[in-house]
Design a protein around this ligand. Structure first.
Ligand code: FES
Ligand SMILES: [Fe+2]
Length: 438
């Protein structure tokens, strides 16, 4: 079997970049990904708005480690391994909730929202104090925990660089979403989770793959377009979706960037930006930010794919998506709608309806994406030594910033003046190979 390094055929001098399909199907490579990427990389956990009050928690996994974030008595959020300090029983009972005291269901030890053990049942009689001291009864925080503008990340490697260093070139693009709110952003209520029978990296590629949109999502675009013709009351301008990226790609500006550390950007001008839920905020935003940044916020749809498993999507609606590997061919995907806190009811309504149209598990887009990715996974088993040749767009790839990037004041490692390109994938695969080769 090829090593991860051998699975990437990266020859810039020859304008060749290929990925061996074994990268999606090899079980030994998957095991290495868990230990060398998911156990060592900053990973998205959730949003601060999901845990507003003392005792609010969200339970999730970092790699295969169950963890939970919880807001403590001092108002600070911490992240702990979700394992009782006695004999390891998982403490949370739901994926989210409020618990100022967590009682372990196994032998009844209790913990407060600051991670302190408040009760060892029978402790005084049964335990010697030096034994309790040796075992350490308080909950164990994860090695590194960080927040960027409300987005919460955890990292199980104490020696990894800081969160902001890791996010690096993706930060200005994260700001385009986070800075839209007059106050702060909030993640909307509800949980949606689904399972895909495909390797997790197919979702990473799909997130920044502009090439599939016109085929896989034509169903979405034509259905929504037809629905708009039927709306007798018009439904208001904001109810219209933004499908120019699907139906008229040749007429709009678009592009893709490698912004370093494995992060990828894909963008396209919105055909009708006034239909965007945040358009009403334009005047306020122009007073606060440079015109170029506001144009990027409101007039360009963006997919920001953060290595290895996070997508911040701001197109017709706004979505956070995370995909977590369960096995080499099995992936759990979770999505949330994110919105400016306190936005007008008509904006919120339009945002949620458009989120349901495109991002919801039973939307007009997600099932089509899932089937496409599952097909790619199954097909990747078909051939020994099959290669995905990521040649699309290589001939238009340029070093540094294009005009649109200059407008935002950022300098990507490279730019491509088109959305239907595969060159942003190089960012992900180079980071992947580097991390698996160390
Ligand atoms: S495992 Fe939690 S109290 Fe025993
Ligand atoms: Fe898609």
């Amino acid at each position: 079997m090829l090593s991860p390094r051998e699975m990437i055929d990266d020859r810039p001098d020859d304008n060749v970049f290929r990925v061996n399909r074994a990268a999606f199907t090899d079980a030994a490579t998957f095991d290495r990904e868990i230990s060398e990427i998911f156990d060592r990389c900053w990973l998205y956990i959730g949003h601060a708005s999901q845990v507003p009050d003392h005792g609010d928690y969200i339970a999730t996994r970092l790699g295969f480690h169950p963890v939970f974030v919880i807001r403590g008595s001092d108002g600070e959020v911490q992240c702990f391994y979700d394992a009782c300090s006695h004999r390891g029983s998982k403490l949370t009972r739901r994926t989210s909730g409020n618990a100022r005291t967590m009682t372990c269901r196994y032998h009844g030890w209790c913990f407060n929202a600051d991670g302190d053990c408040t009760l060892v049942r029978g402790g005084d009689e049964a335990y010697r104090s030096e034994d309790l001291e040796r075992m350490g009864t308080n909950l164990r925080p994860i090695e590194q925990f960080g927040e960027y503008k409300g987005f919460l990340f955890g990292c199980l490697d104490a020696d990894a660089p800081s969160l902001e260093d890791f996010l690096g070139g993706a930060l200005p693009f994260i700001d385009l979403m986070a800075d839209q709110a007059p106050d702060e952003m909030e993640v909307l209520r509800g949980e949606s989770r689904y399972i895909m029978e495909a390797n997790w990296k197919l979702q990473t590629e799909n997130s920044t793959d502009g090439y599939h949109v016109a085929t896989v999502h034509r169903n979405f675009a034509t259905t929504v377009g037809y629905r708009e013709t039927l709306a007798t009351d018009g439904g208001g301008e904001m109810a219209k979706t933004e499908a120019s990226r699907i139906l008229s790609l040749d007429k709009i500006g678009s592009g893709g960037y490698d912004v370093g550390n494995g992060h990828m950007i894909n963008w396209a001008d919105r055909g009708n930006p006034e239909a965007g839920p945040s358009w009403a905020q334009r005047g306020r935003l122009l007073q606060k930010y440079p015109e170029g940044k506001v144009r990027w916020m409101l007039e360009r749809g963006r997919t920001v794919t953060v290595f290895p498993n996070l997508l911040l999507n701001d197109v017709a609606s706004t979505c956070i998506r995370v995909w977590r590997p369960l096995g080499v061919g099995l992936t759990e995907i979770e999505t949330w709608c994110i919105a400016p806190k306190g936005e007008a009811p008509e904006s919120r309504r339009a945002r949620i309806r458009k989120y349901e149209d495109f991002f919801f598990p039973a939307s007009l887009a997600v099932p089509d994406d899932v089937r496409a990715m599952e097909g790619a996974h199954t097909g990747s088993e078909a051939l020994n030594n099959g290669w995905n040749d990521l040649a699309l767009g290589y001939k238009t790839l340029v070093d540094g910033a294009d005009a649109a990037a200059q407008e935002l004041g950022v300098v990507p490692l490279n730019s491509n003046p088109g959305r239907e390109v595969e060159t942003p994938f190089f960012a992900f695969w180079r980071e992947w190979a580097t991390r698996l080769s160390s």
